[in-house]
Every structure is written in structure tokens, then in C-alpha cells.
Design a protein around this ligand. Sequence first.
Ligand code: UD1
Length: 417
Amino acid sequence: MSKLYVEGNKSLNGNVIISGSKNAALPILFMSILTEEKVKISNVPNLTDINIALKLLIYLGVKIKYNKILYIDASSINIFYAPYHLIKKIRASIWILGPLLARFGKAKIFLPGGCKIGNRPVDLHLNGLIKLGATITLKNNCIDAYVKGRLQGKYIFMKRISVGATITIMSAATLAEGFTIIDNAAREPEIVDIAKFLNTLGANIIGAGSNKIYIKGVIKLNGGTHKIIPDRIETGTFLVAAAASQGLITCHETEPKHLNSILMKLTEAGAKIKTGKDWIQLDMRGKRPKSLHIHTSPYPGFPTDMQAQFALLNSISEGIGTITETIFDNRFIYTSELINMGAKIKVQNNNTIICHGIPKLTSSNVFCSDLRASATLILAGCIAVGLTIVHRTYHLIRGYELFPDKLNQLGADIKII
Ligand code: UD1
């Protein structure tokens, strides 16, 4: 998929099934190598990021079977090195480091790649592992880590809340000797899902989902079965699709509790929202949304991964809205593409955008800069006047399963070229 032709002026309506969470599935794949016994994982989304993660595991010697359900057998890992050509493609590949080190006492990996959404250091991952007793050297963009014997449990205060570093430390501490406490931990639902998975394998983790996680290390983990949680960002993206196109969409097989901050903002924008045990319905028929003021922040705050979609919503809403990004330092690249479509957006101080809503965007040629920006520009094409051509959509399939197909089922007219 390199280009999408998106016919505009559409109202999106109907039912959509939400896929498994990319950001839970990716770390869980890497955590699976903490055990030499077999692991079975369901609800894994079929995405290029997942396929790259699997290639990396296969390179290390892991046996994989993947046909909707993923079977992982990491009993015969014989390589402890992750090469540049695989690791550069996804940021998530940093999560191979903690499990390799905890189980085998050594790991060598290149610094990871990922979405270009600002400076993305890995110091908190590395400092956490060093606190647990690892010796780490960084030379020519390559991390070389080893530990003599087992890692040692410690109290670790995270000087900044980091999803990725919380996952690295939590995974490594499962096999450490003694207790680890992660203070000021990230509280995202994905962290809770990973802890649940590790506990299924016999780990001893409590407190995931709060800002203090307690881990009592065990000598080894067993096999087990786990189902990945629904993707809250994919859910949020489809709810914005309904809100921005004045439609009615019901998302199924999702978890409403994970979207509180998003649902609050959509309600403030004027949407009628109903929820059930595993579904959310958003109704914006016949109503133009109202502009919103948003600050991104770590969970349970408003997710940075939803700010581009809400910038689109503000672009066509009544009034003036603002979005302040507090997590990443360069996450407004996509705004120039919305501006090409007529949006009245100004970037202020690099971390805030001010948006004067207009009734309609107009079609254009637009270029995707990252994953969430891709979904946003496709939605923008669906509601703009005319035919929008969306370029560089390879970012999209990294993180959204069958996005154009799902939108077409809701009444969009998107052709993949
Ligand atoms: C994860 C998600 C990403 C989401 C982000 C924040 C995955 C694959 N990605 O990314 O979609 O947008 O959480 O919810 O799950 N930081 C440091 N040093 C570190 C690590 C992070 O300074 O060692 C900084 C980052 O640059 C950023 C902030 O901490 O400014 C938060 O990053 P973090 O929560 O770690 O995000 P990721 O795990 O990379």
C-alpha cells in the first residue's frame, strides 16, 4: 500500500470490530522469551510492526507459528544479538533487551527506530537495568549489556513517567533475585495487560495500573495462554471518525473503561455516547462538533496517540480549540498537511496548536509522517470536499489492521493504489 485515493463528503456509519492492541501485543511478544516453555497468544493484530517483531524473534532462534493465534517457543534461543536492519524499524524492539538480559545474562542490540515524533531516548530503560545490576556500554549506537548471575531486585524511582521503560524494568525484574519496586511507573492499560500475561507465566507482580509496581523475582517462568486487550487507540480513532463525519458508529470488542479521557472529550464536543460491557457507540448525526481544549498526559490523562485525530476534529468544529502536547517534542508535523486541506491551524511554542474551526476541509495531496498522522489524514480525506490522495501510507499498516477496509464498511470510499 503506497497511496490511497479517498473520496470525500462522507458520513461514516455502522459497526466496526476493534483489533487487539498493538502496544500490548508488541511487548508481550518480546516478554515471551522470558520462558523456555510454550506460550500461546490470541487477539494479536496483523500489522507490519508485529511481523518485524516476529522476524526479530525468529532471528534469535525462537520458533513461531502464527495463524490468527500466535504460538511462541523460545526454548532454543542461541543468538543474543539484535541486528541493525531489524531493530531500526520499530521502537518496540528495545523490549528485547530486558528479557534477553534477565534470562541469559547478556544482550547486544542496536538503538531502535520507530515513528519520527521527536527525540526518543532510551536512558530510562538502560538506567533501570543498570540499577538492577547490569553492566551496559553504548558504542557506535549499539547497546551491549551483561550481568554476572541473576539481576538483583531494587527500588527504582522513574524520574519521568515512561511506558517503555516501565515495561523494560518490569520484565527484567520478573527473573531478578529479590524484590523490585518501580515508583512513578506508567499506568497504561497495556502495562496492566503485560503484568497479567507475566503473572499467567508464574511471575509475581502486583500494583500494575497504579504508580507503584511491586515485583517479587522468580527463578523461572512457565508457559501459558493469554488474550491481548482491545486497541484503545484504534477505538478512539473510529469514534473520532463518527464525530468528525457527523455519523453514528458502534465499536465492538473493545474496552470502554480504557477510553475514559477520550469519551469525556467527545462528550464535551457534543457527541451522544452509549457504552456496554465491550462496546461503545458514538452518535453525532446532524450536529457540528464543538471545539475542544486538550492537554496530552500519561494515562489516565488524554493520550498523545490521539492528539492528531482530535486536531482534525477541532479543524472542522465550531469555535477555537487548542491542543498542548506534553509527552513528545515534535508531534505536530502532520498539521502542515491539514493546513493544505484548508485547516486554520497555528503552532505556538512548538508544543501547542491553536485551531479555528471551519465547516469543511478541501481535498489535497497529503503526505503521512507517522502512524497516527496517517489515520488522521485518511479520515480528513473522508470528510473533505473532493478527492484526497494520501501518500506514504506505509506508516498506517504498522499500527492499524485493515483500516481502509474497515472505513469502507462504514461508508467511506477509499481505493488502495
Ligand atoms: C509508548 C507507545 C507510544 C505512545 C507512548 C506514550 C508503544 C510501542 N509505543 O511509546 O505509542 O505514544 O508510549 O504513551 O507502546 N523517554 C525518555 N527516556 C526513555 C524513555 C522515554 O526520556 O528512556 C521520554 C520520551 O522521549 C517521551 C516520554 O519519555 O518524551 C514518554 O515516552 P514513553 O512513555 O517511554 O513512550 P514509548 O514507550 O516510546
